[in-house]
Design a protein around this ligand. Structure first.
Ligand code: ADP
Ligand code: ZN
Ligand code: ZN
Length: 681
């Protein structure tokens, strides 16, 4: 803490408005000036309100005359003691985030604040909550002897760690090759060198095993930022990290902002997972933020996946990725058979039906993936052809039969399932199948007391949180069952490590390919490969196989996934990206203008394009404006900028300024602007 008495503090008030641009100068009273530093959190008067403010700078004088400056009211949490502070490193990270993602400093700072800080303006200290129990440690499991491959990888990573310089390494290890054990060993090495560790996992509810392994190995040194913790518990975990009591933080993407001291290692498990991208402003990518933090702290960034992103593979190409090519139990990857659905009339291929029946007679276990929830995708009237659409969005409503409801998967709108059409007809056709319907079919085909059929998707996850102890409990029930089927969306393909699953089935594998998105191929490849990776684990697993039903059996992503050929897929995909100038051979920025009035959204987009054309560096390609489908009652226009990777920073800066100029212009009604740097969809 600074001992130099400063009289003026530059403070960023935590407000969400884009128009109010801080930081603002405040006068520090005598009693506060020796205690306040950059990062201090204070309650300040702002307009007619009291808001939380973060000190971003200290200086001797202000351009505003001193009598006109206001003084902070008190420290956050307690009035006499020193105010709680953010680490300087995180204040600087927020400043970078605001620039990098065309956001505001206040919004960026809100990401690095302690949990729910803005709700605690009362200033009263609260009782310290009991720590959350993350795992019950009984007998502790013995630490496995590393395989030769693992030992080599660990040695190489420990050497990188010892170098003490910022580095990024990619660990490309097949599914089930024991990547978690590698993370644990390298984390232990970082801790023994007095350095802190952040471990990011895709979705914490879906990865209880990874979290449990860390908690088990490192005990109280681990803080877990779990979404099911109460605010008080999360605040306590934050405090333990900030004070250095805890040195390892395990959590989802937001854990990249954890106040870990002397950060030495950041692990990103399943680095290909889309959940690392945040879809609210600032639209940060935890992988990009992690790289920045590693740079700032001279830390090692370790990306792990069986299906690395083309971007990561390309970046690792010069140094070479670290590889794990075998499973420690010696088990082979399952044989994958692609089933052509173009000639089939029923949703399940005859071979799939056969394989499931066989599995049941052998009392085996299967996982079935269909990346679409609900009963059927859309409804039409058999007489007049009308389609049931969302009133707020230009998309069809999905039938959820258990709730007897139609739901919009984009805005959450719900209405009762129709009995008749507006034309009077009572003949309503249901098209397509989602997880709910397939679960029903599988259950009527296979289920009995010894052969349960479980379903895991966002719907059952929600019900389970309320009733049965969360997704973790559902996963454990499937794990403990001696036989049965787990059907679900992409959630079933996450990093689960269930022994003795001998059959995997992917239904409509090319569904993800039908999205008009240059990442469709990579998503499809990852989904099929990851599902196949859940199969054939454990020493007593019966011979394992995977069936992939598709209308596009020749598709590159599906053919390579069927051969577990990640390298082949990546090299082809990188060639395609290079020829089309997609990332990593370009950087993309997307701007979306939206308004309830379509004309205003289009006019704003047109004005933005005209402005940008004058400012952007030469060689930047500007695509659009192009209409997107109406969402939540708002018409949308998108503009995409494609620039050489080296021009990324300049382009983002120009976009930020152009968006600000447009936001300052009046006359576009309820126009909203959103900027997505490196969009993932
Ligand atoms: P990945 O994350 O690469 O898919 P996991 O880390 O889940 O793989 O490991 C797969 C299984 O192998 C786990 O059950 C893990 O406990 C086990 N395992 C990892 N390393 C070893 C080892 N050296 N010896 C024996 N079993 C191991
Ligand atoms: Zn009709
Ligand atoms: Zn909707």
């Amino acid at each position: 803490m600074s001992t130099r008495p400063c009289r003026i503090a530059q403070i960023e008030p935590m407000t969400t408005a884009r128009a109010l641009r801080g930081p603002f100068d405040y006068r520090l009273p005598e009693e506060l000036s020796s205690q306040v530093d950059v990062g201090s959190m204070l309650v300040v008067p702002f307009g007619r309100r009291e808001v939380l403010g973060v000190v971003t700078g200290l200086c001797e004088r202000s351009e505003v005359s001193e009598e006109r400056l206001l003084a902070p009211l008190r420290a956050l949490d307690g009035d006499s003691s020193a105010p709680p502070t953010l680490p300087l490193e995180l204040v600087e990270l927020a400043q970078w985030l605001a620039r990098e993602y065309c956001s505001t400093l206040a919004r960026a700072l809100s990401l690095v604040l302690p949990p729910a800080a803005t709700r605690r303006l009362g200033g009263r200290k609260r009782a310290v909550p009991r720590r959350a129990e993350h795992v019950s440690v009984g007998a502790s499991t013995p630490v496995a002897q590393l395989t030769n491959e693992q030992a080599e990888v660990v040695a190489s990573l420990c050497a990188a760690l010892a170098g003490g310089e910022a580095q990024t390494r990619l660990l490309a290890g097949i599914t089930g090759s024991g990547k978690t054990e590698v993370y644990l060993r390298v984390a232990a090495e970082a801790l023994s060198g007095e350095r802190g560790v952040i471990v990011l996992v895709p979705e914490i509810g879906l990865t209880p095993q990874t979290v449990a392994r860390f908690a088990e190995r490192f005990g109280d040194t681990v803080a877990v930022l779990h979404s099911r913790l109460t605010v008080a518990q999360r605040r306590e975990e934050w405090r333990r990290l900030r004070s250095g009591e805890a040195r390892v933080c395990v959590g989802p993407r937001s854990a990249v902002f954890a106040p870990v001291q002397r950060l030495g290692l950041i692990v990103i498990d399943e680095e290909h997972d889309p959940s690392y991208k945040h879809e609210g402003d600032p639209r940060y990518d935890a992988r990009t933020v992690a790289a920045r933090r590693a740079q700032d702290s001279s830390a090692l960034l370790l990306l792990g996946s069986a299906t690395p992103r083309p971007e990561s593979a390309h970046a690792a190409a010069s140094g070479g990725a670290l590889r794990l090519t075998q499973r420690p139990d010696g088990g082979p990857l399952p044989a994958v058979q692609v089933l052509d659905m173009r000639e089939q009339t029923h949703g399940l291929h005859t071979l799939t039906v056969q394989a499931l029946a066989e599995l049941r007679s052998q009392s085996g276990k299967a996982i079935v993936l269909l990346n679409r929830r609900g009963w059927s995708n859309f409804l039409t009237c058999r007489s007049c052809g009308a389609v049931w659409n969302c009133p707020q969005c230009d998309v069809a409503l999905v039938l959820h039969r258990a709730q007897d409801a139609l739901a919009c998967h984009h805005c959450g709108h719900r209405e009762a399932a129709p009995r008749r059409c507006a034309c009077g007809s009572t003949s309503v056709a249901r098209h397509g199948a989602g997880t709910e319907r397939v679960q029903h079919e599988l259950a009527s085909m296979l289920q009995d007391a010894d052969f349960p059929v479980f379903r895991l998707d966002a719907d059952t996850a929600g019900e389970n949180v309320a009733a049965n102890g969360g997704v973790g409990a559902l996963l454990r029930r499937f794990e403990r069952a001696s036989a049965g089927v787990l059907i679900g969306t992409q959630m079933v393909a996450k990093g689960h490590d269930f022994p003795n699953v001998s059959l995997g089935v992917v239904l409509d594998a090319d569904a993800t390919l039908r999205f008009p998105d240059f990442r469709s191929e990579e998503r499809t490849f990852a989904l099929v490969t990851q599902l196949a990776g859940r199969v054939g684990r454990g020493e007593s697993s019966p011979p394992a196989r995977v069936l992939v039903q598709t209308m596009a059996p020749q598709a590159r992503s599906i053919a390579h996934a069927a051969h577990h050929d990640s390298d082949g897929f990546l090299s082809g995909e990188l060639q395609r990206r290079a020829s089309l100038l997609y990332p990593p051979f370009s950087s993309l920025t997307r701007i979306v203008c939206s308004a309830t009035d379509g004309g205003r959204a289009a006019a704003a987009a047109g004005a933005l394009v005209a402005d940008l054309r004058r400012q952007l560096p030469t060689g930047t390609r500007l695509l659009g404006p192009a209409g997107l489908f109406r969402l939540r009652g708002r018409e949308r226009q998108a503009i995409v900028l494609k620039a050489a990777p080296a021009r990324r920073t300049v382009v983002v800066e120009e976009v930020g300024q152009a968006v600000q100029r447009l936001a300052d212009t009046r006359g576009y009604g309820d126009l909203a602007l959103s900027v997505d740097v490196d969009p993932q969809q």
